[in-house]
Structure formats: C-alpha cells, structure tokens
Design a protein around this ligand. Structure first.
Ligand SMILES: CC(=O)SCCNC(=O)CCNC(=O)[C@H](O)C(C)(C)COP(=O)(O)OP(=O)(O)OC[C@H]1O[C@@H](n2cnc3c(N)ncnc32)[C@H](O)[C@@H]1OP(=O)(O)O
Ligand SMILES: O=C([O-])CC(=O)C(=O)O
Length: 453
C-alpha cells in the first residue's frame, strides 16, 4: 500500500478514536459547575481581572437579572463616540492619539502628539533584509498567519527581545504598532504576487503620514489614495483599537504575558486569536456570507426570501453549515454595539455615493431580520445586535481594500490595546494565570506492550 493510502487509513481510523476520546459529556460541566467559556450561567463573563484600559458596557444587573442596555465603549474612561467626534470635528487623524491614550492613560497635548507621531514614523520601516528574508521568501496565503510569523521573526532583530522592563516593553510596543501596517501591506503584496499572479511592488512607508495613509499608500500600485478614504480608515482603526481585558485576543495577551514571556510571543498569540472567525476573523466571514446570500436570494427587497435563506443558514443548512450569522451577536453588547452604529452610518454614506445602496439595504435588512428569526428558532427573547464586524468589510470594499486585509486591519487597530494590556498584566497582574481543570478521567492501570490487545 502506498504511503498516501496508508496515511488516509490512519487518519480516518484515529480521527474517529480521537474524537470519541475527547468528548466530555455536557452534563458533567453542569455537575461540577464549570464556567464554560469563562461564563456565568446568564452569559455574563466570569470576573478574572481588573483593567483601566477599556470599558465595555452592554447590560446592567438588577436584583440578579441581566437587563439589556444600549452599548457604550470607553477608552481610558473616554466614550469612543465622543473621542471619534472630537478628532473628526477638528479634521485630524485620530488613531495615533488613540494609541497614546491607550498606552499612557490620557489624551496627549499637541506637543506630545507630534513627538509621539515622530516616534511612530521613525519605526515604520522594517529592518534591513526583513522584507526579503522574512516576508518575500516565505509568503503565506493567509495574511494573519504571515503577520503572526512576522511578529515572531521580529524577535531575532531585537537585541533586547527578552527584556520585560516597562522601558523596553514601551519601545517594543511602539515599534510593533508602527510596523504592523508595513508587515501587513508587504505580506499582502507577497500573496498577490506569489498566489494571485499580480505584479509585485513594495512601497516604502512615509514617516510623516498617519497609519491609515501609510497603509493605503503601501497597498496601492501608484501610492495614491483619496483624503476621504484615509479619514474613514482612520476612524475604523480608532473604533477597533481596544475592547477590555476579556475579549479573546486581549485575554490571550494577558494569559501569555502572565508567564513572563517576551512581547513578540504575546502579540503573536493575540494575532492568532483575533484571526478566528468568532472574533476578528468574522469580518471576512461576513463578506463571504453576504456574497453567498446575494447569490441565493433573488429579490433583495423580499423580507420573506431573505428570512427563509437566513433560517437555512441558522439551521446549518446553507453557507458554511456552522449555523452562525457572522457579524451578529456579542458576548457583552445586547441592544447595540456603538462601533457598529458608527460604521453603519459610514457604510450608508459611502453606499449612497458609490451606487451600492441596494447592497447596503440588504445588509440593513439582515441586521433587522436576524434577531427575530434567531429568537423564534431558539425560542428565547435574547437580543442580538450587529457587532463591529458586520459593516466594516462593506466599508472597506467601497474603499477598494482587498478582502485579504480585512482582519489584518483589525490587528493593526487592536495591537495598541494588546500592548496596553500586556503592560497592565506585567505591572499589575503579577501572578501566572492558571485556572483549574477538574480531571473526569477514570484511573487506568498501566499495561505492558505485550499485554495490550
Ligand atoms: C470583534 C469581535 O470579536 S465581535 C464578534 C465577532 N463574531 C461574530 O460575528 C460571529 C457570530 N457571532 C457569534 O458567534 C457570537 O455572537 C459571539 C461569538 C460573538 C458571542 O458568543 P456568545 O457570547 O457565546 O454569545 P451568546 O452567549 O449570546 O450566545 C448564546 C447562543 O446564541 C448563539 N449565537 C450567538 N450569536 C449568534 C449568531 N450570530 N448566529 C447564530 N447563533 C448565534 C450562540 O452560538 C449560543 O448558542 P448555544 O447556546 O447553542 O451555544
Ligand atoms: O469583546 C469581545 O468579545 C470581542 C471584541 O474584541 C470586540 O467586540 O471588539
């Protein structure tokens, strides 16, 4: 028998065995009062830490009951809606001051902001040979995978990689925050060249420009972008920058950092977490799901036809058969996600000016119809709102940003949050995160090889 056939047989047999031997009966979780997914029985998160960085508010507790409320998100105590309104009204980019706010805990003065922008600008370029050796020689079909590997590779270019003093973590944080857009843009160019047959171009970042402008100039063949495109991308970066300590990627950062490991390992772990389709990777899944819905629903104005197809998706009978409507639902928000509301209005404006209003209306219909269908199918009254990932990809598509970069843009936005959480963990956490797992395995005596069946 050929090795391939033997391998197929091996995988078939042992994947079945592996599955059986890793299934713990659901009733045991209840019996031992296990907080699955670190959740209490009402879906609220188990309290495992304190943070001053982000505050995510989606319900209030009243006499033991969870009462849904409109969502509010605060960065270092400042409402993100006010923060966004502030820099937009002053016609400035907001992402760099948001990074400052998250890292240092207060809004910078103009002098502090311009010094900070200089620091970021100075770090934007990748080290000598990094692009050639670490990105072009080892491209990936998946930019998040390439980003995580690039962050790990950056360890080897840092003489103080292991130093976890605050001074050094700040240096590493600013460097990684500045370089992640460059890594993502070049990783995308490498993918476009090696996997998609496109021309290869590597544009140098411009230290005098914002993160949003740099990202756009590095992914555009002619380095050109419109001001409005950079402004909207900047706003989106601000909205994605931080989400408390409990979200999966920030918590991964806390867990990994609590072992005392280096910054590159912690940030690579966070990128791996964000990539998942239940977390930041949902933005690309929304785009794929919407393409599928557009293909299968002939009348985009028909509530009936849309509802029937959405029901099929929820019943695991259509699209990726996972039973999920991506971009809907949230672990904390109930009635609304403030970021989705802002992105929705941007999506509406952009759609109106680019002849894509029919698509926008389809998104809006799905947003409005899904909660009712979900409640009917699940026989509950749980509110379900659009989350930050629902409209972001649609906005990016109008900005002509390739789908491959949707989740990497989320990572570029969220790395300041991760860095702030890493420092908070090391400065204030101070104890290795180590929850308990109860063993429910029966005791089995060892048997020697000759006595096994
Ligand atoms: C940046 C971000 O990470 S935002 C979130 C991005 N992720 C998505 O958009 C994926 C779709 N949404 C989801 O899978 C979920 O809403 C999550 C992962 C965001 C939150 O999950 P949870 O906190 O477990 O949600 P919640 O406690 O409200 O879920 C209750 C039930 O509703 C289901 N549910 C929640 N949202 C959805 C959805 N969009 N589609 C189908 N079912 C859903 C859950 O799977 C769960 O089912 P179960 O009881 O059979 O296990
Ligand atoms: O908080 C969460 O669970 C998910 C998240 O990161 C976000 O919504 O931005």
């Amino acid at each position: 028998m050929k090795m391939n056939e033997k391998r197929d047989q091996f995988l078939k047999k042992y994947s079945g065995i592996m599955d059986t031997h890793n299934r713990i009966p659901l009733d045991l979780y209840e019996r031992y009062n296990v907080k699955r997914g670190l959740r209490n029985s009402d879906g609220t998160g188990v309290l495992v830490g304190l943070t001053e960085i982000g505050d995510v508010h989606g319900y209030i507790m009243e006499e033991g009951d969870k009462i849904p409320v409109e969502g509010v998100l605060r960065y270092r105590g400042i409402d993100v809606k006010e923060l966004s309104k502030g820099f937009q009204q002053e016609k400035r980019f907001g992402f760099e001051e948001t990074i400052f706010l998250l890292l240092f805990g207060y809004l910078p003065s103009s002098e502090e902001l311009s010094n900070f922008n200089e620091q970021i600008g100075d770090f934007r370029e990748l080290p000598d040979q990094f692009t050639e050796d670490m990105i072009l020689k080892a491209p990936s079909n998946n930019i998040m995978n390439k980003l995580a590997r690039s962050v790990l590779a950056a360890y080897s270019f840092d003489d103080y990689a292991e130093d976890i003093s605050v001074w050094n973590m700040l240096r590493q944080s600013v460097k990684l925050i500045a370089q992640l857009p460059t890594m993502a843009a070049y990783a995308y160019q490498a993918k476009a060249y090696y996997y998609m047959g496109k021309s290869l171009f590597i544009h140098k970042p411009d230290p005098s420009l914002s993160t949003a402008e740099n990202l756009l100039l590095m992914i555009r063949p002619n380095r050109k972008y419109k001001d409005i495109e950079a402004e909207i991308l900047d706003l989106s970066l601000v909205l994605h920058a931080e989400h408390g300590g409990g979200n999966n990627s920030a918590f991964s950062t806390h867990v990994v950092s609590s072992s005392g490991t280096d910054t590159y390992s912690a940030i690579a772990a966070a990128i791996g977490s964000l990539k998942g389709p239940l977390h930041g990777g949902a933005n690309i899944q929304v785009a794929r799901m919407m393409d599928d819905i557009k293909k299968h629903v002939s009348d985009w104005k028909s509530d009936k036809e849309i509802s029937e197809y959405v029901t099929k998706i929820l019943m695991k009978d259509a699209f990726d058969k996972k039973g999920l409507i991506y971009g809907m639902g949230h672990a904390v928000y109930t009635l609304s996600d403030p970021r989705a509301e802002i992105l929705k209005e941007k999506a509406r404006e952009l759609a109106a000016s680019s002849d894509r209003m029919d698509e926008f209306c389809l998104f809006e219909k799905i947003e409005n119809l899904v909660p009712g269908i979900f409640q009917k199918l699940k026989n509950n009254d749980k509110p379900l709102c659009a989350n930050v990932d629902f409209y972001s990809g649609f906005v990016y598509s109008i900005l002509n940003i390739p789908e491959d970069l949707y989740t990497p843009i989320f990572a570029i936005a969220r790395i300041p949050g991760w860095c702030a959480h890493r420092v908070e963990e090391i400065v204030s956490g101070g104890r290795i995160i180590r929850p308990a797992y109860k063993s429910v395995s029966p005791r089995v005596p060892y048997s020697s090889l000759k006595n096994r069946g």
